[in-house]
Design a protein around this ligand. Structure first.
Ligand SMILES: C[S@@+](CC[C@H](N)C(=O)[O-])C[C@H]1O[C@@H](n2cnc3c(N)ncnc32)[C@H](O)[C@@H]1O
Length: 221
Protein backbone atom coordinates (compact mmCIF):
# COMPACT_ATOMS: atom_id res chain seq x y z
CA UNK A 1 0.00 0.00 0.00
CA UNK A 2 1.50 3.38 -0.96
CA UNK A 3 2.34 5.83 1.79
CA UNK A 4 3.81 9.31 2.06
CA UNK A 5 7.45 9.05 3.16
CA UNK A 6 7.83 11.78 5.78
CA UNK A 7 11.26 12.85 7.03
CA UNK A 8 11.35 13.20 10.84
CA UNK A 9 14.91 14.03 11.78
CA UNK A 10 16.98 10.90 11.11
CA UNK A 11 13.88 8.75 10.84
CA UNK A 12 11.55 8.17 7.95
CA UNK A 13 7.88 7.78 8.90
CA UNK A 14 5.16 6.47 6.64
CA UNK A 15 1.89 8.34 6.51
CA UNK A 16 -0.88 6.16 5.10
CA UNK A 17 -3.42 7.56 2.66
CA UNK A 18 -6.16 7.85 5.36
CA UNK A 19 -3.69 9.51 7.78
CA UNK A 20 -2.66 12.04 5.15
CA UNK A 21 -6.32 12.64 4.25
CA UNK A 22 -7.18 13.28 7.91
CA UNK A 23 -4.29 15.74 8.23
CA UNK A 24 -5.27 17.56 5.06
CA UNK A 25 -8.90 17.74 6.22
CA UNK A 26 -7.78 19.77 9.25
CA UNK A 27 -6.36 22.45 6.92
CA UNK A 28 -7.82 24.93 4.48
CA UNK A 29 -5.62 23.88 1.56
CA UNK A 30 -2.34 22.30 0.46
CA UNK A 31 0.80 24.03 -0.86
CA UNK A 32 3.72 21.98 -2.18
CA UNK A 33 7.32 23.18 -2.49
CA UNK A 34 9.04 20.92 -5.03
CA UNK A 35 12.85 20.58 -4.68
CA UNK A 36 12.59 22.02 -1.19
CA UNK A 37 16.28 21.45 -0.31
CA UNK A 38 16.66 22.14 3.41
CA UNK A 39 12.97 23.08 3.59
CA UNK A 40 13.48 26.67 4.72
CA UNK A 41 11.13 28.16 2.11
CA UNK A 42 8.44 25.59 3.01
CA UNK A 43 8.97 26.31 6.71
CA UNK A 44 8.44 30.05 6.11
CA UNK A 45 5.28 29.37 4.12
CA UNK A 46 3.90 27.06 6.83
CA UNK A 47 4.66 29.61 9.55
CA UNK A 48 2.98 32.39 7.59
CA UNK A 49 -0.15 30.28 6.91
CA UNK A 50 -0.90 28.06 9.93
CA UNK A 51 -4.27 27.12 8.39
CA UNK A 52 -2.62 25.59 5.33
CA UNK A 53 -0.79 22.27 5.07
CA UNK A 54 2.63 22.77 3.46
CA UNK A 55 4.58 19.88 1.97
CA UNK A 56 8.23 20.28 1.02
CA UNK A 57 9.28 17.54 -1.38
CA UNK A 58 12.82 16.54 -2.37
CA UNK A 59 14.88 13.54 -3.47
CA UNK A 60 17.70 14.49 -1.07
CA UNK A 61 16.44 13.17 2.24
CA UNK A 62 19.28 14.23 4.55
CA UNK A 63 19.07 17.93 3.71
CA UNK A 64 15.52 18.05 5.08
CA UNK A 65 16.54 16.53 8.41
CA UNK A 66 17.16 19.67 10.47
CA UNK A 67 14.00 21.57 9.57
CA UNK A 68 11.88 18.43 9.82
CA UNK A 69 13.20 18.02 13.34
CA UNK A 70 12.46 21.67 14.14
CA UNK A 71 8.91 21.34 12.77
CA UNK A 72 8.21 18.52 15.27
CA UNK A 73 9.03 20.63 18.31
CA UNK A 74 6.39 22.34 20.45
CA UNK A 75 4.87 25.34 18.63
CA UNK A 76 6.39 27.62 21.30
CA UNK A 77 9.83 26.33 20.24
CA UNK A 78 9.41 26.72 16.48
CA UNK A 79 7.33 23.60 15.89
CA UNK A 80 4.92 23.64 12.95
CA UNK A 81 2.32 20.86 12.85
CA UNK A 82 1.27 22.05 9.37
CA UNK A 83 4.64 21.27 7.73
CA UNK A 84 5.64 17.91 6.24
CA UNK A 85 8.96 17.25 4.54
CA UNK A 86 8.49 14.40 2.11
CA UNK A 87 11.07 12.19 0.44
CA UNK A 88 9.95 11.84 -3.18
CA UNK A 89 10.81 12.95 -6.68
CA UNK A 90 8.80 15.33 -8.82
CA UNK A 91 8.62 12.63 -11.48
CA UNK A 92 6.84 10.30 -9.05
CA UNK A 93 4.93 12.41 -6.55
CA UNK A 94 3.12 10.47 -3.80
CA UNK A 95 -0.33 9.46 -5.12
CA UNK A 96 -1.91 10.85 -1.92
CA UNK A 97 -0.89 14.37 -2.99
CA UNK A 98 -2.05 14.14 -6.56
CA UNK A 99 -4.50 16.84 -7.63
CA UNK A 100 -4.67 18.27 -4.11
CA UNK A 101 -2.38 21.33 -4.11
CA UNK A 102 -3.81 24.75 -4.85
CA UNK A 103 -0.28 26.16 -4.91
CA UNK A 104 2.93 24.56 -6.21
CA UNK A 105 6.31 26.27 -5.84
CA UNK A 106 9.72 25.47 -7.25
CA UNK A 107 12.48 27.76 -5.99
CA UNK A 108 15.91 27.68 -7.62
CA UNK A 109 15.82 24.13 -8.96
CA UNK A 110 18.92 22.17 -9.87
CA UNK A 111 19.71 18.82 -11.48
CA UNK A 112 16.88 16.87 -13.11
CA UNK A 113 14.34 19.35 -11.80
CA UNK A 114 16.02 22.35 -13.46
CA UNK A 115 16.66 20.46 -16.71
CA UNK A 116 13.05 19.28 -16.82
CA UNK A 117 11.66 22.79 -16.34
CA UNK A 118 14.04 24.37 -18.84
CA UNK A 119 13.51 21.68 -21.49
CA UNK A 120 9.78 21.34 -20.67
CA UNK A 121 10.23 17.60 -20.19
CA UNK A 122 6.98 15.67 -19.80
CA UNK A 123 8.31 13.70 -16.81
CA UNK A 124 8.87 16.83 -14.71
CA UNK A 125 5.97 18.98 -15.97
CA UNK A 126 3.51 16.11 -15.61
CA UNK A 127 4.70 15.59 -12.04
CA UNK A 128 4.02 19.23 -11.23
CA UNK A 129 0.69 19.16 -13.05
CA UNK A 130 -0.28 15.99 -11.17
CA UNK A 131 0.31 17.62 -7.81
CA UNK A 132 -1.80 20.63 -8.75
CA UNK A 133 -5.58 20.82 -8.47
CA UNK A 134 -7.30 22.33 -11.54
CA UNK A 135 -6.81 26.10 -11.44
CA UNK A 136 -3.90 25.87 -8.97
CA UNK A 137 -1.17 28.45 -9.12
CA UNK A 138 2.31 27.23 -10.04
CA UNK A 139 5.25 29.51 -9.24
CA UNK A 140 8.75 28.78 -10.53
CA UNK A 141 11.83 30.84 -9.67
CA UNK A 142 14.89 30.13 -11.79
CA UNK A 143 18.36 31.52 -11.14
CA UNK A 144 19.44 33.03 -14.48
CA UNK A 145 23.02 33.75 -13.39
CA UNK A 146 23.93 30.07 -13.89
CA UNK A 147 24.17 30.93 -17.60
CA UNK A 148 26.91 33.50 -16.92
CA UNK A 149 30.59 32.44 -17.07
CA UNK A 150 31.80 30.16 -15.63
CA UNK A 151 28.79 28.08 -16.67
CA UNK A 152 28.54 24.85 -14.62
CA UNK A 153 28.80 21.67 -16.70
CA UNK A 154 25.29 20.57 -15.65
CA UNK A 155 23.83 23.67 -17.30
CA UNK A 156 26.08 24.02 -20.34
CA UNK A 157 23.71 22.16 -22.67
CA UNK A 158 20.54 23.80 -21.38
CA UNK A 159 19.04 26.82 -23.18
CA UNK A 160 19.31 30.03 -21.17
CA UNK A 161 16.02 30.99 -19.59
CA UNK A 162 15.12 34.62 -20.19
CA UNK A 163 11.73 36.29 -20.07
CA UNK A 164 11.66 36.27 -23.88
CA UNK A 165 12.56 32.54 -24.04
CA UNK A 166 9.84 31.78 -21.52
CA UNK A 167 7.15 33.50 -23.59
CA UNK A 168 8.34 32.19 -26.96
CA UNK A 169 9.47 28.62 -26.15
CA UNK A 170 8.24 27.56 -22.72
CA UNK A 171 4.68 28.96 -22.86
CA UNK A 172 3.53 26.71 -25.76
CA UNK A 173 5.44 23.69 -24.41
CA UNK A 174 4.02 24.13 -20.89
CA UNK A 175 0.52 24.57 -22.35
CA UNK A 176 0.80 21.13 -23.91
CA UNK A 177 1.42 19.66 -20.46
CA UNK A 178 -1.57 21.46 -18.91
CA UNK A 179 0.20 24.51 -17.51
CA UNK A 180 -0.83 27.93 -18.83
CA UNK A 181 1.91 30.51 -18.39
CA UNK A 182 0.39 33.76 -17.16
CA UNK A 183 3.49 35.76 -16.27
CA UNK A 184 7.25 35.73 -16.87
CA UNK A 185 9.46 38.46 -15.45
CA UNK A 186 12.63 39.17 -13.58
CA UNK A 187 12.28 39.46 -9.82
CA UNK A 188 13.09 42.77 -8.12
CA UNK A 189 15.78 42.81 -5.41
CA UNK A 190 13.22 43.25 -2.62
CA UNK A 191 11.31 40.21 -3.91
CA UNK A 192 14.53 38.16 -3.91
CA UNK A 193 15.27 39.33 -0.38
CA UNK A 194 11.78 38.20 0.69
CA UNK A 195 12.12 34.68 -0.75
CA UNK A 196 13.17 32.98 2.53
CA UNK A 197 15.04 30.28 0.62
CA UNK A 198 18.51 29.18 1.71
CA UNK A 199 19.69 28.97 -1.87
CA UNK A 200 18.35 32.45 -2.69
CA UNK A 201 20.12 33.82 0.34
CA UNK A 202 23.37 32.18 -0.73
CA UNK A 203 23.15 33.54 -4.30
CA UNK A 204 22.07 37.00 -3.18
CA UNK A 205 25.04 37.08 -0.80
CA UNK A 206 27.47 36.42 -3.65
CA UNK A 207 26.27 39.01 -6.12
CA UNK A 208 25.03 42.55 -5.75
CA UNK A 209 22.06 41.87 -8.02
CA UNK A 210 21.32 38.26 -8.88
CA UNK A 211 18.96 37.66 -11.82
CA UNK A 212 16.02 35.45 -10.92
CA UNK A 213 13.35 34.73 -13.53
CA UNK A 214 9.89 34.19 -12.11
CA UNK A 215 7.34 32.15 -14.07
CA UNK A 216 3.74 31.93 -12.96
CA UNK A 217 1.36 29.42 -14.47
CA UNK A 218 -2.12 28.08 -13.84
CA UNK A 219 -2.90 24.37 -13.89
CA UNK A 220 -5.52 23.81 -16.57
CA UNK A 221 -8.66 21.89 -15.67
C1 LIG B 1 19.55 24.36 -5.55
S1 LIG B 1 18.56 23.35 -4.53
C2 LIG B 1 17.32 24.52 -4.01
C3 LIG B 1 16.67 24.12 -2.74
C4 LIG B 1 15.60 25.09 -2.20
N1 LIG B 1 14.45 25.18 -3.10
C5 LIG B 1 16.16 26.46 -1.92
O1 LIG B 1 15.75 27.41 -2.59
O2 LIG B 1 16.99 26.57 -1.00
C6 LIG B 1 17.66 22.33 -5.70
C7 LIG B 1 16.94 21.13 -5.10
O3 LIG B 1 16.23 20.42 -6.11
C8 LIG B 1 16.19 19.05 -5.73
N2 LIG B 1 15.84 18.21 -6.89
C9 LIG B 1 16.58 17.99 -7.99
N3 LIG B 1 15.94 17.11 -8.81
C10 LIG B 1 14.77 16.77 -8.18
C11 LIG B 1 13.70 15.90 -8.53
N4 LIG B 1 13.72 15.21 -9.66
N5 LIG B 1 12.65 15.81 -7.67
C12 LIG B 1 12.64 16.52 -6.51
N6 LIG B 1 13.64 17.35 -6.14
C13 LIG B 1 14.70 17.47 -6.96
C14 LIG B 1 17.62 18.82 -5.24
O4 LIG B 1 17.72 17.65 -4.44
C15 LIG B 1 17.88 20.11 -4.46
O5 LIG B 1 17.58 19.97 -3.09
Amino acid sequence: MPAVQVVRGRRLAELSAPEFEALLARHRSLAVDVGTGDGRFAYGLARQHPDRLVVGLDTARDRMREISWRAQRKPSRGGLPNLLLVWASVEQPPPELRGRADEVHVVLPWGRLLAGLVLASPAVLDGIRELAAPGASVHLVLGADVWSDPIPTEVRDLPEVTVEHAHRVLAPAYRERGLALVEARQLEPDEIAGLRSSWARRLAGGRLRPRFVSLRALACG
